[in-house]
Design a protein around this ligand. Structure first.
Ligand SMILES: [Zn+2]
Length: 159
């Protein structure tokens, strides 16, 4: 389908190759801002705990959506930039369907001491191994190069 063809069935998937201008601005919000500012100066993550239900949020949140209560700053704390692989997949093609030189290992990582998880990339000298349940740690940009974005987390490596 090209831009000039009319889509007749709204349930049909549409796929365009090329560049589309998309004007938007993503902000990480007040909680994300605090998280990334902390990450610029430290090698740990931040989490926040709801004292009503005990949920430890990662990424940290300002409010508990279950208890409808604010999580004050004193309930924020550092946690290791590490966790356990809950699940993973090996991507062998890029988003254009082209074969990658090396498989990309994408994992859902349960962050230590929290009830949250992070979707990250694992780099390993043994990309064909089973990563389920493996302990991993974040490899961060050198502090001088950090920008306060998610890109400060370069990848995860197996401990
Ligand atoms: Zn709660």
């Amino acid at each position: 389908m090209t831009f000039l063809e009319k889509q007749t069935n709204p349930l049909d998937p549409v796929h365009y190759r090329g560049n589309l201008q998309v004007d938007n601005l993503y902000t990480s919000g007040a909680a994300g801002d605090r998280f990334f500012k902390h990450l610029m100066e430290n090698d740990t993550f931040l989490a926040s705990e709801c004292k009503e239900c005990g949920t430890v949020f990662f990424p940290p949140r300002l409010y508990c959506e279950d208890c409808f209560v604010e999580i004050p700053e004193e309930n924020w704390f550092e946690v290791p930039a590490a966790g356990t692989v809950r699940l993973f997949t090996r991507a062998k093609l890029n988003t254009y369907g082209e074969k990658l030189e090396e498989p990309k290992i994408i994992a859902l990582i349960d962050i230590e001491d929290t009830d949250g998880a992070h979707l990250g990339v694992i780099k390993s000298d043994e990309p064909d191994k089973d990563f389920m349940g493996k302990k991993v740690e974040a490899v961060l940009r050198p502090k001088k190069d950090r920008e306060g974005t998610i890109k400060d987390i370069l990848y995860f490596q197996v401990l």
